[in-house]
Design a binder for this molecule. Structure first.
Ligand code: ACO
Length: 330
């Protein structure tokens, strides 16, 4: 069974409510019908009901039973405005601005999740990553004990000898441009958690990547990764985690054995932590485009799950991301 089929099975076992703020977007409308029909989640489309019905008619799908929330005509507006104002007044948000923001489907959806009217949110078919992330970071905030929000890419590789039967978790490829050593440690611990919760990997083996393996090169960038390893060991002493190491030392048993002898992770890592966003973002795209891996991104470290789509996403991508979000919400 593929990784995404396993995640979908898990989502069906405990159905969660997932809000889709881009409710009148064509792919989103089509995806909502599939999500409902396959029992992956209870989808809620945000937008004008007539507009959404017109889109459904145009593409020939039946949206009967799919819930719709229209911020312009919602009984919840007053409560959401009040709560949003309370949450952000210290940052200079006025009541008037809060009332305007609540009419924005992205903020309305985030408030639904914040106040427990939905379990998670998926957006990004229209909005950029930053537009989607900022309200989530400002309002949902991090999980208790979690320093930062970051992301993991679940890479399902055709070569089943890699990682966990071909499955690798890459972090961070979306959010934190230049992590400090503390932030890198936090990303590594969060990625191990994602590997467990979402991918069912019972023993995450985390490698912190670099262009150096165990001191083979000396540079401030290498020192930062070494410091991150130390911090992560202090914060999660039971986690199998090691570094710094090169990509091949992390993945290839013979290279791991020769370059990082005795490491519990080298040569058999299933979670790979990149030193910064440039490396991570380039790394996942190489694995996808040249390595032929299927990949799915999720945010980690948020108090409640919200996930981003690529603007070039397909209907299937939206369905898959909703399934991942639903499992995170469990
Ligand atoms: N974790 C937790 N909170 C955060 C984080 C984080 N990683 N980053 C910012 N915040 C918080 C801030 O503390 C602040 O909170 P406050 O307003 O309550 O004080 C709030 O979020 C806004 O912070 P800013 O610094 O003003 O936000 P910024 O404008 O820098 O945006 C963002 C943050 C969107 C995450 C930015 O770092 C970013 O653009 N990252 C890269 C996104 C991207 O383009 N990725 C690549 C493409 S995606 C792909 O290829 C799949």
């Amino acid at each position: 069974m593929s990784m995404i089929d396993m995640i979908k099975d898990k989502a069906r076992k405990n159905v969660k409510t997932i809000v889709l703020p881009e409710g009148d977007e064509v792919r989103t409308v089509e995806a909502s019908v599939i999500i409902k029909k396959e029992g992956l989640a209870e989808p809620i489309l945000i937008g004008n009901a007539e507009k959404i019905a017109a889109v459904a008619k145009e593409i020939g799908v039946d949206i009967t039973g799919v819930k719709i929330e229209d911020p312009e005509n919602s009984a919840k507006n007053e409560e959401y405005t009040k709560q949003l104002y309370e949450l952000r007044k210290a940052k200079g948000l006025t009541e008037e601005d809060a009332a305007k923001l609540v009419l924005d489907p992205m903020y309305y959806g985030i408030m639904m999740v914040k106040l427990g009217d939905a379990d998670g949110l998926v957006s990004g078919a229209v909005h950029t990553t930053g537009d989607m992330l900022r309200p989530a970071l400002q309002i949902i905030k991090t999980k208790p004990g979690m320093k930062i929000v970051s992301s993991s890419f679940l890479m399902d590789c055709p070569n089943k000898s890699l990682g966990e039967n071909g499955l690798l978790v890459y972090a961070d490829c979306v959010v934190v441009p230049c992590p400090t050593a503390e932030e890198l440690a936090s990303i590594a611990i969060a990625a191990a958690d994602t590997a467990k919760v979402l991918c069912g990997i019972e023993e995450p083996r985390v490698a912190l990547l670099s262009f150096s393996t165990k001191g083979s090169a000396k540079h401030e960038l290498v020192t930062k990764v070494q410091q991150a390893v130390e911090i992560a060991h202090q914060q999660a002493p039971d986690l199998l985690l090691d570094g710094e190491m090169q990509f091949d030392a992390a993945l290839v048993p013979e290279v791991g054995a020769s370059k990082a002898k005795g490491s519990p992770v080298a040569g058999r890592a299933n979670v790979l932590v990149f030193p910064d966003l440039q490396a991570g973002n380039i790394g996942y795209k190489i694995t996808q485009r040249i390595g032929g891996a299927d990949c799915f991104a999720v945010l980690q470290g948020l108090a409640k799950p919200c996930n981003d789509l690529s603007r070039g996403c397909s209907v299937a991508d939206i369905v898959n991301t909703v399934a991942c979000t639903a499992v995170q919400a469990q």
